[in-house]
Design a protein around this ligand. Structure first.
Ligand code: CP3
Length: 347
């Protein structure tokens, strides 16, 4: 088999297409990160952004995580937010405080100051990392690229940091539709170009992270977000499978599905089987609570089995957490979970 056949026939890509697999594929959001000593060693003595912008190191971290865990896909090591740097914002990761973007976008004049730069030119380190990873990854392991969705990136740009209530975001959304749609439109165009460039560089699938969209009422998603996520997903449709993911999205899923994507990412609030039945998803990803990885093995097994039982024998299930791996997660429990999912679903 050629490498492209091997990739095409990999468990992960088969499941993305809704085809049967020899066992359920698994990868984990944030599988490379601070919980892993190998990551801490590479991160020591340099900033997180420096790590993201050094292709050899980003590639090493990506490859280490896939190999150590034995997962069925690698995910590019990068972050959601550097794309906001390229449109003109200042980005810093402060120890213990998380990402900070400045100055925050609060009104129409701030939106007008953003620069619509082409991420093909402004983010070469990402595509260089992809090319290195693709060369080094086993031939049957797909590489997943990703980007933040327009809403989640807009929320970071407007709040300037993580937020609980998204007051500034919703204030702009509800008080100046013109500025809101201008910001979302600009972000959508840049995100679409960024995803095209990742696909050109060699990723086999992409995930659109709308991590904070669960803060919205369904009607607001429909009016203020759907057209923009749709524009991004329509632009890349058919090139590679797309996973469309958000947290707290139970009531938003019909609209997120209308925006697009081949695989819907579900969190632990959303049952798999009944949701698939109701909304007709061909493929789903999820949805174990990341905190389960801190539990004793018996409980971890029981909770993982609940997810597998809920998914049932239907093809098109990619096992994952409902959100990213948390810092301090025991690495052995993650490896145990990967083996458990493979062994208990072997058909
Ligand atoms: O999944 C992976 O392994 C790929 C790498 C990845 C990272 N961030 C690495 C990272 C991915 C896909 C992301 C996405 C991301 N980044 C999201 C959406 C993901 C989700 O969980 O829904 C968000 C909201 C961000 C923004 C961001 N970057 C946050 C909130 C933080 C944590 C800040 C903190 O101090 O806790 C980051 C930093 C970050 N991104 C780290 C890693 C490994 C930790 C950096 C470090 O200190 O070494």
């Amino acid at each position: 088999m050629t490498t492209s056949d091997k990739l095409h026939n990999s468990r992960f890509l088969k499941a993305c297409r809704g085809e049967p697999t020899d066992c359920t594929p698994i990868w984990l959001m944030r599988q490379a990160g601070r919980y892993m000593p190998e990551y801490q060693a590479v991160r020591a003595g340099r900033s997180f952004l420096e790590l993201c912008k050094t292709p050899e190191l980003a590639a090493k971290v990506t490859l280490d995580a896939q190999r150590i865990l034995g997962v069925d896909a690698a995910i590019l090591f990068a972050d959601l937010l550097p794309i906001l740097e390229t449109v003109g914002m200042k980005l810093e990761y402060l120890e213990g405080e998380g990402p900070q973007l400045s100055p925050p976008i609060r009104e129409a004049a701030d939106v007008d100051r953003l620069i619509e730069r082409d991420p093909v030119e402004s983010m070469p380190f990402v595509y260089d990392a992809i090319r290195i990873i693709r060369k080094e990854l086993p031939g049957d392991i797909p590489l997943i690229g990703f980007a933040g969705a327009p809403f989640t990136l807009a929320a970071y740009a407007i709040e300037g940091e993580a937020s609980r209530n998204f007051v500034h975001t919703k204030t702009l959304m509800f008080s100046d539709r013109g500025a809101w749609h201008a910001l979302m439109g600009l972000l959508s165009r840049v995100i679409a170009k960024y995803l095209h460039a990742q696909i050109d560089a060699g990723v086999q699938a992409v995930q659109l992270f709308d991590s904070w969209v669960g803060t919205l009422a369904p009607e607001d998603y429909r009016e203020f977000v759907l057209p923009h996520s749709y524009a991004v997903l329509q632009s890349i449709k058919g090139r590679v499978p797309v996973i469309h993911f958000g947290v707290g999205t139970s009531t938003l899923l019909p609209f997120m599905a209308a925006a697009g994507g081949d695989v819907m990412g579900l969190d632990w609030h959303t049952p798999i089987a009944s949701t698939r039945e109701k909304l007709g998803f061909k493929a789903v990803q999820g949805n174990l609570d990341p905190c389960t990885l801190f539990a004793p093995r018996d409980e971890l097994k029981r909770k993982a089995m609940q997810v597998l039982d809920d998914a049932g024998d239907n093809p098109g299930h990619i096992f994952n957490l409902g959100h990213g791996i948390l810092p301090k997660t025991p690495v052995d429990n993650v490896k145990f979970l990967v083996d458990f999912v493979h062994e208990s679903t072997r058909r």
